[in-house]
Design a binder for this molecule. Structure first.
Ligand code: FAQ
Length: 329
């Protein structure tokens, strides 16, 4: 079945049959309904395990690939303080990937398999990181709005059902809140700066708006997994609900500062209390997540190269591990 993690004895014998065992399934669903956390050694349906691996693994890949667009700005950040803050932020994102890979490993897929699936283009990662960070203002938009979007998603899902994922999300959210402050500080600085700085942040906003709208996933009527994931409390809100929450929290902040958003139809309907907007181009979204976005090839090439460059370190560690003799007490 899966690589390294713990598989319940019942599932080792006959995973498919046991996954459909009505008694075990009913007990499992009752635990979820009571709001209990599911832990790695507990029985779980095979599909719950599969869905969690898919989602946590994609999330981990997003963090590690997500370090790349901003990472390219570390050497060009304007000033020492901005450089320090950005460097710390990028390191945090890679740390989030480590936490998430560990959470996914508890479900039985090895880290090696996950990394291989990433660099071979088999696994997905967030659409947003397949766009270039062209100017310093892109760093502001990523740090402010993409971190904000990630927080909306992760705060909700940290209340979900799978213990290791929820605990990882809680920790990640603390750090993401700091990232948001960092992004907001750069964003406001540019937006209240010279006309050139203001134009630069407006341009970045215009380019990132659609990818950010895509970030929450396809609309609920097109989403494949939402229904199952919400039933099992892996996802605690639907894609559309999270997108609405993000719009309510952040559009006013953008408008307040006098910037505009590239959607003439964006407005909150006072009767429904829902945001209305031009439907984003979903063809572009599907092309990007299939591997055909502006930077997909470049992002994976960087990951592949760093995997190859690090191979000798992993081999040396493995050898050291084999030859290590526990000292006598
Ligand atoms: N990008 O049925 P649904 C961050 C795929 S972390 C790419 O609605 P689901 C931190 C989806 O996988 C960002 N693919 O899917 C940071 C599925 O394809 P599959 C990542 C997407 O799972 C900040 C298909 O479309 N966060 O940013 C996307 O119910 C700044 C159908 O979609 C997470 O991963 C997308 N945006 O809902 C780092 C959070 N949306 O797998 C650096 C955890 C959908 O069947 C700098 N994940 N797809 O082949 C989730 O909450 C969910 O997986 C969703 C998608 C909401 C992303």
């Amino acid at each position: 079945m899966y690589g390294g993690g713990y598989i319940h004895d019942d599932q080792k014998k006959k995973p498919e049959m046991q996954a459909e065992d009505p008694v075990l399934l009913a007990e499992f669903e009752a635990r979820i309904a009571r709001g209990e956390k599911i832990e790695p050694r507990d029985w779980m349906p095979a599909d719950y395990r599969r869905q969690l691996i898919r989602m946590i693994e994609q999330h981990a890949h997003s963090e590690i690939i997500g370090a790349l667009p901003e990472g390219t700005w570390i050497t060009r950040a304007p000033g020492f303080r901005r450089k320090l803050a950005l460097m710390a932020k990028v390191q945090d994102e890679v740390g989030h990937a480590q936490l998430l890979y560990s959470a996914a490993e508890t479900l039985g897929k090895s880290r090696e398999d996950m990394i291989n699936d990433l660099i071979n283009g088999k696994s997905k990662y967030s659409n947003v990181f397949n766009y270039p960070a062209k100017t310093w203002a892109d760093v502001a938009v990523i740090g402010f709005l993409i971190d904000a979007a990630a927080i909306v998603n992760q705060v909700a899902n940290s209340k979900g059902s799978y213990g290791p994922y929820c605990r990882a999300l809680e920790r990640i959210c603390y750090e993401e809140s700091f990232h948001l402050k960092q992004g907001h500080s750069v964003f406001v600085y540019l937006a209240t700066g010279t006309p050139t700085q203001r134009a630069m942040v407006q341009d970045a906003l215009n380019r990132w708006w659609q990818p950010i709208m895509h970030f929450f996933g396809p609309s609920d009527k097109m989403s494949q997994h939402t229904e199952t994931l919400m039933r099992w409390k892996v996802k605690m809100a639907s894609n559309d609900d999270m997108r609405q929450q993000f719009l309510s929290m952040y559009v006013p902040k953008i408008w307040e500062i006098g910037l505009t958003l590239p959607d003439p139809n964006l407005k909150k309907n006072p009767e429904t209390n829902q945001w209305e907007f031009t439907e984003p181009d979903w063809n572009e979204f599907y092309e990007v997540i299939k591997g055909n976005g502006p930077c997909n090839a470049e992002r994976l090439a960087v990951r592949r190269a760093s995997e190859e460059r690090g191979a000798w370190v992993r081999a040396a560690l493995k050898r050291a591990d084999q030859h290590y003799v526990t000292p006598l007490a």
